[in-house]
Design a protein around this ligand. Sequence first.
Ligand code: AP5
Length: 214
Amino acid sequence: MGCGNSKSAAISSAGGSDSVRDNKLKKSKIVFVVGGPGSGKGTQCERIVGKYGFTHLSTGDLLRAEVTSGTERGQRLNAIMSRGELVPMETVLQMLKDAMLFKVDSAKGFLIDGYPRELSQAEAFEKKIAIPKLVLYINASSETMMERLMNRAKTSGRADDKAETFKARLQTYYEATEPVVQRYDSKGLVKKISAEGTADEVFKLVCEALDSLK
Ligand code: AP5
């Protein structure tokens, strides 16, 4: 992924001018999916895609794809992610916008998983892309998240699935992301989902929240 001009040009020629496509994005149904590390955001997004046909974009996945591509930028990103810190805002927003523009003609709606992670990301997204229709807040205790991630670590191969990185990710989450939830809560956009149950139980709650979305 990246912000290369050739891709932007291809997008423009495929489906209208940049401003037309920007306008389409503005009118899209956008759902932010936020929650701590290992709370189950990705698991629920997969199910939502299956039932509602939304387009799922995970900023973590977009960043890991850049890491896997082996570029110099990927190596820099890998170092940041392995420390459990946040990647610079401009990098993430541009990647996300490119990916959204690429899908804007076919998407029934967008599930933006793992974004925004700090207030400045929320503000920049609203300014440059759109205002979300809903924020799904996937909420689990730190003990539950730790247990799930340590389980996943046995097979995931993810550089950040380690006990010490988990602590840093958790701290980043509480300090930077919880204020985002409070911001959208004050606008009446947050649906808080208890993620302590099984994936099926959690999905039932997620469906109730999404069905309330007009
Ligand atoms: P990211 O990839 O977004 O990681 P995360 O937020 O830490 O979340 P995870 O993907 O680890 O967990 P999840 O909530 O999706 O849970 P999952 O469904 O997998 O980000 C990684 C890094 O990238 C960040 O630390 C940062 O450096 C960078 N980054 C990403 N976005 C950024 C941004 N916007 N700005 C700046 N930097 C950014 O489930 C976890 C496990 O639990 C799985 O094994 C699953 O099977 C299991 N599980 C799920 N639900 C249940 C359940 N209900 N019961 C039992 N097990 C369950």
